[in-house]
Design a protein around this ligand. Structure first.
Ligand SMILES: Cc1ncc(COP(=O)(O)O)c(C=O)c1O
Length: 380
């Protein structure tokens, strides 16, 4: 049975007042996620927090659901407050030598490029591979990888243009050369499927507040088992010793670290966020990841048609690798920030980024929402 997409819309109160096509900025949080956080709040009071170790058991169940999302194991997953944290673990935990090379694509999200520039201040070489006219070339990318290349930083989908680089080919190429591969999945996880092993990622991080429809401040990181053998935690806490659950008699002395990815997390976690994430993952896994991806791609194709008919120039019309639910269009001579503001006056929410009007539908949108976008654009 295909999912009942109309019924799912009841989970999103924002849809009552807005045509919300802006998940690339903030994903709306479904009712079930807020309710899960609220249940946690009531349980805290009801149990006087005496059961707090059980919250970690619940968190481990969410960890296992999160692992399902990217075809990994629960032991590979750490919770993070944002992706910058996960990126910091990797970048600060690697042993850099002067002249080591870090590579990213031009126009990447600043988290990634700032890390490259900061490493360059410390003697590394930071290379941003150009994409002239928006064109991604695998050959051009591969030719930027030399013997000194240690790390590649890349988003699954570019936050502004919607570029979706071929991660499996890139990851295989890097894996053969022993180059570490960090993948930021914030702009696709929850909408497009991702297989951690298939893209040969060393680390994947995704903040949950966009396509994973979570409150901000909760995200997840995948850390490949082989990486966990050498990457030290950046933080040490009472959970750094493998027997940390025995809180009545915490270990004293040097910690014997757990081997799974939770060793990177530090201490007490964002439990309201984790319960919310668990509820969203249940919703998404129930709908089916393949069905979600198909729906999102169908709505993105409609959005592309509407922008094109409204006179926009779309990179996806002349280039490959733009098959993502971030649909970005340029309108010659138009100020897209102003256009986004005028759409907002008609209660249609999209965004403007680097000269593109950015429309980002998720599975809770429908054809009617896109029709309203068409009408609003025509009226303007
Ligand atoms: C690709 C990407 N990564 C990460 C973020 C957010 O960064 P952080 O998780 O550090 O808050 C964004 C926000 O737009 C993004 O587009």
């Amino acid at each position: 049975m295909p999912p009942n997409w109309d019924a799912v819309r009841c989970q999103f109160p924002v849809l009552q007042d807005w045509i919300y096509l802006n998940t690339a900025t903030f994903g709306p949080v479904p009712r079930c996620a807020w309710e899960a956080a609220e249940r946690h709040a009531r349980r805290r009071d009801g149990q006087a927090c005496l059961d707090f170790i059980d919250w970690f058991d619940d968190a481990d169940r969410v960890r296992a659901q999160a692992a399902n999302l990217i075809a990994a194991s629960a032991s590979d997953i750490a919770f993070v407050p944002n992706t910058a944290t996960a990126l910091g673990w990797l970048v600060q935990g690697m042993d850099w030598k002067p002249g080591d090379r870090v590579v990213a694509l031009e126009e990447e999200f600043p988290n990634l490029t700032y890390s490259g520039h900061v490493l360059a201040r410390r003697g590394a070489e930071f290379v941003e591979v150009p994409a002239p006219g928006g064109e991604f070339s695998l050959d051009r990318f591969c030719s930027a990888i030399n013997r000194r290349t240690r790390l590649v930083l890349m988003s699954t989908v570019n936050y502004s243009s919607g570029l979706r680089p071929p991660l499996a080919e890139i990851g295989a190429f890097l894996g053969e050369r022993g180059v570490r591969f960090y993948v930021d999945a914030t702009q696709s996880l929850g909408a497009l499927r991702l297989d951690a092993a298939a893209i040969h990622a060393d680390m994947i991080a995704a903040h949950g507040y966009k396509w994973l429809l979570c409150p901000s401040g909760i995200g997840l990181a995948y850390i490949r088992p082989e990486v966990r053998e050498w990457l030290p935690p950046a933080l040490y806490s009472w959970r750094s010793h493998k027997d940390w659950r025995r809180v009545d008699s915490l270990h004293h002395g040097p910690p014997d670290l757990p081997t799974d990815a939770q060793k990177y997390e530090g201490g007490i976690q964002n439990f309201p966020g984790i319960y919310a994430l668990g509820a969203v993952l249940e919703l998404m896994l129930g709908l089916g990841l393949e069905q979600i991806e198909q729906r999102v791609q169908h709505l993105a194709a409609l959005a592309r048609r509407i922008l094109r008919e409204a006179g926009a120039e779309l990179l996806s019309d002349r280039l490959s690798h733009y098959d993502a639910p971030i649909v970005a269009g340029r309108f010659a001579g138009a100020d897209v920030s102003r256009l986004a503001a005028r759409l907002r006056e008609q209660r249609v929410v999209v965004s403007a980024r680097h000269g593109y009007l950015r429309v980002s539908p998720h599975f809770f949108n429908n054809e009617g929402d896109l029709e309203r976008l068409r009408e609003a654009l025509t009226a303007i």
